[in-house]
Structure formats: structure tokens, C-alpha cells
Design a protein around this ligand. Structure first.
Ligand SMILES: NC(=O)c1ccc[n+]([C@@H]2O[C@H](COP(=O)([O-])OP(=O)(O)OC[C@H]3O[C@@H](n4cnc5c(N)ncnc54)[C@H](OP(=O)(O)O)[C@@H]3O)[C@@H](O)[C@H]2O)c1
Length: 328
């Protein structure tokens, strides 16, 4: 099978498109013929060796896929031909998503509804689960509150806009260009601010009559986090989701005290280890919202597997909107 292999760490261009021997499925794993593979921002960090998870070299990047089961362990309740979505762990040459075939742990594989296309299924889990756990579990977002979503045209940001509207919040989004703010509005945001040309903290205060945002969903960090502390509401919650700006901000605890707000961290991947019992209910709620047409992943491009490096470079450079899907 063909797969993109990382043999040395670096930019997306260091990956090599190789023939990989996939003849033996790994013991106890589900073998999946991959149909669609989502590109995530952290794939680029992993390829560069800058992510918290550092697979041994060589490895195939990509963690989020959909496809058809080719073989499954008897105890797994999955069978050949099942349409599934799965999270892979990029450990070895048949466990990454930038490939034609992947092996996943049975617990990380779940069937997808008949009417769900493979590209939606590949784009679905990480962005919506991250937004769901961030907004509901960590920030306890309430109907009627104001939610500020940074990088609203990005993967997790686009999901947070949609889920914020479903929850009954007024959603203000920020993005780094006018094209991206237009995308935020199409996703359902009530207001969208180009944070490169406008001071979003002033705008949020003005839009909320001085109250500020009750919940701030922040995948960017850096200056965006610092400025968010200027428009967080009394008893507001800032959800720390990521640091695409490249700078990990420092929380000033005196400011947290003086303004009565909370800074809460979100590491969605940890739920599968520390509280896996929470995941199926979230998955069901999200699939129900998808089935009723209330949420749908924004897929801005579908590109062949052979073009993975340029697609990954787009995402790493903050040039993409929503999700880019590799098709196989
Ligand atoms: N905590 C968790 O459990 C969890 C789960 C999934 C993802 N994440 C993290 O969430 C973050 C966003 O992921 P994503 O998949 O939504 O990424 P994405 O689709 O690539 O969106 C990220 C956005 O960040 C903004 N950005 C600002 N400065 C940037 C820079 N220097 N380089 C690149 N982008 C920059 C860009 O939007 P603008 O142009 O609008 O600024 C970009 O579109 C990542 O850090 C990812 O690792 C965290």
C-alpha cells in the first residue's frame, strides 16, 4: 500500500510517499481500508517532532480516518465491510492515516451512519468532540450566554461556532482575514471580527454592552489569549485549546482573582484514558445533531492522498478553512 512516511523530523516536505508492506494486520487491531483521512494542525507538529506525542521513527502521520473494515478481532463486535470512523495512534507504518490502509485499536473505531459520507465521517470526531468537551464539560456554557470563538474559520473553531449556536449562545467569532470572517458568518456566528484589523476585545465589549464574553474558546494562545483577558465577563471561563500562534501565554493569577474568571484547560485526548465512559454519550449527541442537520463539518478541500504535503503545509500555515480531507 502507499503511505506517507516520516523518516526524519521536519516540515511537511520531508515526508516520503512509499510502498509499505501491510501484509500482516497487527495483533488485536482492526484493519481498515481508508477512504478519507482528515488533516489536523497537530499532524504538522508531530511531523516536526514538536507535539506532545512523539512516535518512534519511521511513522506514518495522520490520526483521523474513515473507511471500511477489512478484518477485525472476533471479540470486537466489528466485522468485514462495516463503514467506520477511527482514531489511529501513528505508532508504526500501518497505524497512521496518511495511507491506504490503517490498523486501529477496537475501542477507537466506531460505526458511522449509512447516510454519512466518508469525508464528513473523517472530519467529524476530533473537531466536534473537542468543541463539545470544551464548551460543555469544561466551560459549562449556558443558553443565553455570549461565546467568543477564536480562529472561528479553523477546524475546532468552526465546530465551536456551530455547537455554540446549538447551545443557545450568542456567538462572536474572530478570524485573521475578511474571507475567514465571512466563513464564520456562514457557519452561524452572530458577529465576526477580523482580529488583524480590529481590536477584538474592544469590539466584544461594545457588542455586549460592556459585559464581555462569558466563555472564550481559544485555540490560538499568545497575544490572543492576553487580549481575551480584557473582554472576559465576570465569572467567565477561558478555555485553553491550543497555541497555533506559537506562543504559550502565561496566565496572570492576580488578574484571574481580581476579575473573578476561570482559565480552564482542555486536553480532549485525555478523556479516552481518564474518563472514557463520557465519550459514547458525546458521540451519540453529536451524531444526533448531525442527523438532524444542525451541525455539519466545513470541508474546504478534498485532495488526493498523493498531495498530502502541500495540504498539510496549508493547514500548518493557517491558510486553510474548516477541514482539508485526503481522499483515497
Ligand atoms: N486541546 C485539545 O484537546 C485539542 C484538540 C484538537 C485540536 N487542538 C488544537 O487546536 C488548535 C487548532 O486546531 P485546528 O485543527 O482547528 O487548526 P486549524 O484548522 O489549522 O486552525 C487554526 C487557526 O489558527 C489560526 N492561527 C493563528 N496564528 C497562526 C499561526 N501562526 N499559524 C497557523 N495558524 C494560526 C489560523 O486562523 P486565523 O487566520 O483566523 O487566525 C488557523 O486557521 C491546534 O493548536 C490544535 O493542536 C487541541
Amino acid at each position: 500500500m502507499k503511505a506517507w512516511v516520516v523518516r526524519r523530523l521536519g516540515g511537511p516536505e520531508t515526508m516520503r510517499f512509499e510502498d509499505v508492506d501491510e501484509s500482516t494486520p497487527l495483533d488485536g487491531m482492526v484493519r481498515i481500508a481508508i477512504k478519507a483521512s482528515a488533516i489536523n494542525y497537530f499532524d504538522a507538529l508531530m511531523v516536526a517532532g514538536q507535539y506532545q506525542t512523539k512516535p518512534e521513527l519511521p511513522f506514518v502521520p495522520g490520526v483521523e480516518i474513515s473507511g471500511v473494515v477489512e478484518a477485525a478481532p472476533a471479540a470486537s463486535a466489528l466485522k468485514k465491510g462495516d463503514r467506520v470512523a477511527a482514531l489511529l495512534d501513528s505508532g508504526g507504518l500501518t497505524r497512521g492515516g496518511y495511507a491506504e490502509v490503517g490498523d486501529a485499536a477496537p475501542g477507537a473505531v466506531h460505526p458511522i451512519p449509512d447516510g454519512m459520507p466518508f469525508d464528513d465521517a473523517a472530519a467529524f470526531t476530533l473537531i466536534y468532540q473537542t468543541a463539545w468537551f470544551g464548551l460543555h464539560r469544561r466551560a459549562n456554557l449556558q443558553s443565553g450566554e455570549t461565546l467568543l470563538v477564536h480562529a472561528g474559520a479553523g477546524g475546532v473553531g468552526s465546530a465551536a461556532i456551530q455547537l455554540g449556536k446549538v447551545a443557545g449562545a450568542t456567538v462572536i467569532a474572530t478570524a485573521g482575514s475578511d474571507e475567514k470572517t465571512a466563513v464564520c458568518m456562514q457557519l452561524g456566528a452572530d458577529h465576526a471580527i477580523n482580529y488583524k484589523t480590529h481590536d477584538f476585545a474592544d469590539e466584544v465589549k461594545s457588542l455586549t454592552g460592556g459585559h464581555g464574553a462569558d466563555v472564550i474558546f481559544d485555540p490560538i494562545g499568545g497575544d490572543v489569549y492576553d487580549r481575551s483577558t480584557k473582554c472576559i465577563a465576570f465569572e467567565g471561563r477561558i478555555v485553553v485549546v491550543g497555541f497555533t500562534s506559537g506562543r504559550i501565554p502565561q496566565a496572570a493569577t492576580n488578574h484571574v482573582l481580581v476579575k473573578n474568571y476561570s482559565v480552564v484547560g482542555l486536553h480532549w485526548g485525555l478523556y479516552s484514558k481518564r474518563a472514557p465512559e463520557l465519550l459514547p454519550a458525546a458521540n451519540k449527541a453529536l451524531l444526533d445533531l448531525y442527523a438532524s442537520g444542525k451541525i455539519k463539518p466545513l470541508i474546504s478541500a478534498r485532495v488526493p492522498l498523493s498531495e498530502a504535503p502541500s495540504a498539510l503545509a496549508m493547514v500548518a500555515g493557517g491558510k486553510s478553512t474548516g477541514k482539508i480531507i485526503l481522499t483515497i
